[in-house]
Design a protein around this ligand. Structure first.
Ligand SMILES: NC(=O)c1ccc[n+]([C@@H]2O[C@H](COP(=O)([O-])OP(=O)(O)OC[C@H]3O[C@@H](n4cnc5c(N)ncnc54)[C@H](O)[C@@H]3O)[C@@H](O)[C@H]2O)c1
Length: 356
């Protein structure tokens, strides 16, 4: 019988989880949201049962696994409760608010015998998979530098709502968007330990809320009586084992002329380098063959890179459940990433490079 999936948090991403789970052949058997009308709308849409509480959802015998898609401050508690109830967990990014909470989740995971996979969906785009194959085959040689960038001209999500409140989100563009590209950089490089971080964050556009100019909003219009107390831009230089440096940029909002900067990942290796946009449809590899500089343009099906990345994520989750252990996007990788994020925020507070 296909895995029975429960959805915890029936907002934008909870609904995307439900659809991706169904495409992957799973049964979405239940949903819960703190706003009951959202949980029931999702459950009804996919033929599952709405649960009146998280306990009720976790007590349903037909729920084998859960996708957790609630605000970041609820990740740790929901994951620990689900693992204690012996449910496999696909937990949205960021893993939690900070490293200490990640450790609680890892402790619950160890005690559970269940799968814990983190929602680092960007690892599964066709471009990321193609470049990773070249790297793993040794075609890049030693990687000495990665630029990991995600730029939005005006992309503050749900300005005034939970995304822009430190107590709910843990931070702003760094913990929201930066985690995606930093995870991807570390994943491509084979997860070296990040040893030192020098970072800076700033808040320029989010406040006052009624002065925010934008053309479109993720997660609804600004809440004029809401709170914005996080960064809307961040940068960092990370030093890793083996000499790798990672330059990170993560902005929700900046006065960046259109097309002036391409976001994505730029990998610099001794034998080859690559660039691809995070959800782009192509990748470029620059290398040298027979003493000649050569460009490689991998060909792959990238009709809908976002959907394909979600499908990859669910295929990996199903494989993990059948194996009994996550191979991709493990809890440990989420925890190590969070330690780097925490260090970047600490570096900003201390105004100096810090140890991770
Ligand atoms: N993988 C990705 O690409 C991606 C993209 C966007 C968001 N996310 C992550 O997904 C998670 C959810 O983001 P979203 O965009 O769906 O947000 P959202 O606001 O659309 O949905 C969150 C849902 O959680 C519910 N909720 C709010 N407070 C709650 C609480 N205290 N307890 C339980 N439920 C509560 C809300 O009612 C809402 O339905 C976040 O952790 C975010 O970082 C991931």
């Amino acid at each position: 019988m296909a895995i029975g999936m429960g959805i915890i948090g029936a907002g934008a991403i909870g609904n995307i989880h439900a659809d991706a789970a169904i495409r992957a052949g799973l049964r979405v058997v239940g949903a819960w949201d703190v706003r009951p009308e959202r949980g029931s709308a999702l459950a009804t849409r996919v033929g599952g049962k709405p649960a009146a509480s998280i306990d009720e959802l976790l007590a349903m015998p037909e729920v084998d696994a859960v996708a957790i898609a609630v605000p970041n401050d609820m990740h740790c508690e929901c994951a620990c409760r689900a693992l204690a109830a012996r449910k496999h967990v696909l937990l949205e990014k960021p893993m939690a608010l900070d490293t200490a909470q990640c450790d609680l989740v890892l402790g619950a995971h160890r005690a559970s015998g269940c799968v814990l996979q983190i929602g680092f969906v960007c690892r599964g785009t066709p471009a990321a998979l193609a470049v990773k194959k070249f790297i793993d085959a040794g075609r890049f040689g030693n990687i000495h530098h990665i630029k990991a960038a995600i730029y939005r001209r005006r992309g503050i999500p749900g300005l005034g709502g939970w995304f822009t409140q430190k107590k709910h989100a843990g931070g702003g563009s760094l913990i929201d968007l930066g985690v995606h590209v930093l995870d991807l950089a570390l994943h491509l490089a084979g997860h070296p330990r990040v040893r030192r971080a020098s970072g800076a964050v700033w808040s320029v556009f989010g406040s006052p809320i009624d002065q925010y100019r934008f053309t479109e909003m993720w997660a609804g219009p600004p809440k004029l009586d809401g709170v914005f107390d996080v960064e809307d831009g961040a940068t960092a230089l990370l030093r890793c084992d083996g000499g790798l440096t990672i330059e990170l940029n993560a902005t929700w909002a900046a006065n960046i002329p259109d097309n002036a900067l391409r976001d994505g990942i730029c990998v610099w290796g001794e034998k080859a380098g690559a660039h691809f946009e995070v959800f782009g449809k192509s990748a470029s590899i620059a290398t040298e063959e027979e003493g000649v500089l050569v460009d490689i343009a991998p060909k792959f099906n990238a009709d809908d890179p976002i959907r394909q990345a979600w499908d990859t994520q669910y295929a990996q989750f199903i494989a993990a459940v059948s194996r009994g252990e996550a191979e991709h996007a493990t809890g440990q990788s989420g925890r190590d990433l969070q330690a780097a994020i925490d260090a970047i925020y600490r570096s900003e507070r201390e105004n100096q490079e810090v140890a991770v």
